[in-house]
Design a protein around this ligand. Structure first.
Ligand code: BGC
Length: 758
């Protein structure tokens, strides 16, 4: 049950609702503004010089808590510190309202999972859900109540560094991954024990930043919004997400953080969202920067009026001006109260009034739970994507035969760097616990001689990053590193070895927020290193550590085996060793089309056809216009054949469902997993529809020699789309092509029609 502009009223909720109203009735306007304000609390270690005018210094945070000037904090991960601050909040503010602690628990807290784009590459909702449940358990144990995740922004331009935080280019896969993450974080219901509130972000379109430049403006048609960018948010809301974060940028000219259409018409009215909305950091203040709000009072008033319940503030919050805004009539008291209700409600739902503190001893136990490490290891195994596996001496190079290996050369600076193995968006980790690729191979290959050479030094960013303010985030260059001599040493090691494992990619902070790139080339001298090692004639396994596609044109021709391991997390090295030696079999698939070169981006498989003759492969003079690897691509040590695509009906009413069945057979002697994919195309209708769109997938385990039948429902939801011709959702009577197979080039085809009875 929902009331028109306010919180959900749950069945047990008469009591909760009364409590909210009692508190609200006693609050002053200043206290209400405080409840709607969130501060960072970085602690003493972080250098705040980059945030002038920031109220985040330890003393100021405590003071604000004590006088009720702030109702929520972020960035506190130490349970003792959480308890200290919570004591100040509970004892300090007049009404004893506990603080809500949020944090970027993006891919784990202490146990780091593979980065989100990697989790998406598993095409396995269960693995994703299990992983985020572990993240939630650790976070809740240290006193974090809410995560600013999942990031469900569709990303079609890999220059944009935040592609690493999402599920890639596709709305259907993105929706499935979004829902799985929400279930993992929140459990069965908001307030489940050992779980946290999920905050899908950033509503909406942030991934379409002009030129791939983080924070730049976004202009998207309604059709693109409804058909591509909004579905993962809708799926997250339907899965029960308790929070939504607004995006930084203006969407079609109107900042997302005061966008009435987005936050009211779409989110609340159309989707029935009853949780609370938070701004991105300083995004309310930024309404002034956009040239949208006149001053901070206007900014606060307009954000509240649009329904932004909580302001996340790096510098002095705009919501501190809410009392003036109400007094001057710039915003109504009712609008402020609606926001306060939603914030109080989530605190009550989480049980914070009854148990605001955490058990510090228990927190330590939870953070070290070996079962969590195992979940991370399996997630890393399942998210790796085998891009290429060509024969060397008559058989595919991978898996390696542990018994036959006497010497292995491990090459590349990322191969032994715990920080880079974890990827971006990790803060509170123990690097000692992180298993690098080198360590993983040494542990697994006890008998072989595993030698290491970095070969090249880590490439640096040209400009400093905002993340530099965190201690340890900008590791010093290795001392006395002689570039040419190191490269020569790596080549020499490779020459003497049976096999060379070369790890290339991007460093931890070349990807993520504020980490756009104008090139997709391997940074630094890594390409040169790779070519030199391949020239030795020793068979090379290339491991790619990345969160975006990189220019692998040369490798895709000259390196026999290429495995995308992403940033694989705490257990990364162990999982990589499992995969290389065949203890685990790769089964991940690309969640984006992998371009050949940056000049092709944005590149998507779900394009529309256009001018005849349609020759989509030759749109450039100087390069094919196909991807290097298609969306959905990923090999296995097993081989699969797809056959017998059947549709239960040739013609159905537009409101009815067609069932598709396809058989997948493991034609090899190795057990493996295949992600069977189903694509759909509508031949004619009230808009030109994409050449094909993913509408179903299932990751199935198929033992050697066995077959399995997979079933997909193609109902009205799979066929409905938003058409600019009628400015609304349509379900056309049309003819539909169906394809099933191993990637977005699937060729096994079927056809059906839909009709309207009227
Ligand atoms: C990012 C958000 C993040 C927030 C808090 C912002 O700069 O855009 O995604 O949740 O910081 O760290």
């Amino acid at each position: 049950m929902t009331d028109s502009n306010g919180p959900a009223v749950d069945s047990r909720a008469g009591g909760m609702q009364r409590r909210v109203e009692e508190l609200l009735a006693q609050m002053t306007l200043a206290e209400k503004a405080g409840q709607l304000t969130q501060y960072f609390s970085f602690g003493a270690e972080v250098d705040l010089e980059d945030a002038p005018g920031s109220p985040q210094a330890p003393g100021e945070v405590s003071e604000a808590l004590e006088c009720g000037g702030v109702g929520s904090l972020l960035f506190v991960t130490d349970p003792a510190e959480t308890n200290r601050l919570q004591r100040l909040a509970v004892a300090g503010n007049r009404l004893g309202i506990p603080a809500l602690f949020g944090f970027d628990v993006i891919h784990g807290l202490r146990t780091v999972l593979p980065v989100p784009i990697a989790l998406a590459a598993s095409w396995d909702p269960e693995t994703i859900e299990r992983g985020q449940a572990v993240a939630a358990r650790e976070a809740r144990a240290v006193g974090i109540h809410w995560t600013f995740a999942p990031m469900v922004d569709v990303a079609r331009d890999p220059r944009w560094g935040r592609i690493v935080e999402g599920a890639g280019e596709d709305p259907f896969l993105g929706a499935a991954v979004a829902a799985a993450q929400v279930r993992g974080f929140q459990g069965e219901r908001l307030g489940s024990p050992e779980r946290i509130v999920a905050g899908p972000k950033h509503l909406v379109g942030y991934g379409a930043a002009l030129g791939g430049r983080d924070y730049d403006e976004v202009d998207l048609s309604d059709a693109q919004l409804w058909n591509t960018y909004l579905p993962p948010f809708k799926a997250a809301v339907d899965a029960g997400a308790g929070n939504i974060m607004t995006a930084y940028m203006p969407l079609n000219g109107v900042p997302a953080t005061a966008n009435d259409w987005l936050l009211k018409d779409v989110l609340r009215d159309e989707w029935g969202f009853t949780g609370f909305v938070v701004s991105d950091a300083n995004a309310v203040r930024n309404l002034r920067t956009h040239g949208f709000a006149e001053d901070l009072t206007d900014a606060g008033a307009r954000a509240v009026a649009a329904g932004v319940d909580l302001e996340m503030a790096i510098t002095r919050p705009a919501y501190a001006h809410l009392p003036e805004a109400v007094e001057s009539g710039a915003v109504s008291l009712e609008a402020v109260d609606a926001c306060v209700r939603r914030v109080l409600e989530v605190k009550l739902r989480l049980g914070l009034f009854d148990s605001p503190f955490v058990d510090e001893d228990r927190a330590r136990v939870v953070l070290h739970d070996p079962a969590h490490r195992e979940v991370a290891r399996v997630a890393a195994q399942r998210s790796a994507v085998l891009l290429r596996n060509e024969p060397v001496d008559g058989r595919p190079l991978l898996p390696l035969d542990a018994g036959a290996l006497r010497s292995v050369a491990v090459v590349g600076p990322l191969a032994d760097s715990p920080r880079d193995t974890l990827g971006p968006w990790v803060f509170d980790v123990d690097l000692e616990e992180t298993v690098t690729v080198l360590q993983g191979l040494r542990d697994r290959l006890g008998g072989a001689d595993v030698q290491y050479a970095p070969g090249v030094r880590p490439a640096r960013r040209t400009f400093p990053s905002m993340f530099d303010m965190f201690p340890g985030n900008t590791p010093a260059d290795p001392e006395g590193f002689d570039d040419d001599a190191e490269l020569a040493r790596a080549v020499e090691l490779a020459t003497r070895a049976d096999i060379a494992v070369v790890v290339v990619g991007e460093w931890q902070h070349m990807i993520g927020e504020a980490a756009s790139r104008s090139s997709l080339e391997l940074p630094g001298r890594q390409q040169e290193l790779l070519e030199a090692v391949v020239a030795t004639g020793t068979p090379v396994v290339l491991l790619v550590m990345n969160g975006r596609p990189l220019d692998l044109r040369w490798a895709a021709e000259h390196v026999p085996a290429v495995l995308d391991i992403w940033y694989p997390g705490t257990q990364g090295g162990t999982a990589v060793a499992d995969l290389l030696l065949g203890d685990a079999v790769p089964g991940g698939k690309l969640p984006f089309s992998w371009p050949r070169t940056v000049g092709q981006v944005p590149m998507i498989y779900s394009r529309t056809t256009s001018h005849e003759p349609e020759n989509a492969e030759r749109r450039y003079w100087d390069e094919a216009s196909t991807p290097l690897f298609p969306f959905g691509h990923g090999l296995s040590y097993a081989t699969f054949e797809h056959s017998d695509l059947t549709l239960d009906r040739e013609s159905v009413d537009v409101e009815e469902t067609v069932t598709a069945r396809v058989t997948v057979t493991n034609t090899s002697g190795v057990d493996g997993e295949e992600v069977v994919q189903l694509y759909l195309h509508q031949r004619h209708g009230r808009a030109a529809r994409p050449v094909r769109e993913l509408k179903g997938f299932e990751r199935v385990h198929v033992p050697a020699g066995a077959s399995q039948t997979v079933e997909f429902q193609i109902g009205p939801d799979e066929r409905r789309y938003w058409s600019a011709a009628v400015k609304g959702w349509v379900l056309d009577a049309s003819t539909f092509d169906v394809w099933a197979g191993t990637d977005s080039n699937a060729r096994l085809a079927g056809v059906f029609t839909t009709t309207t009875s009227s």
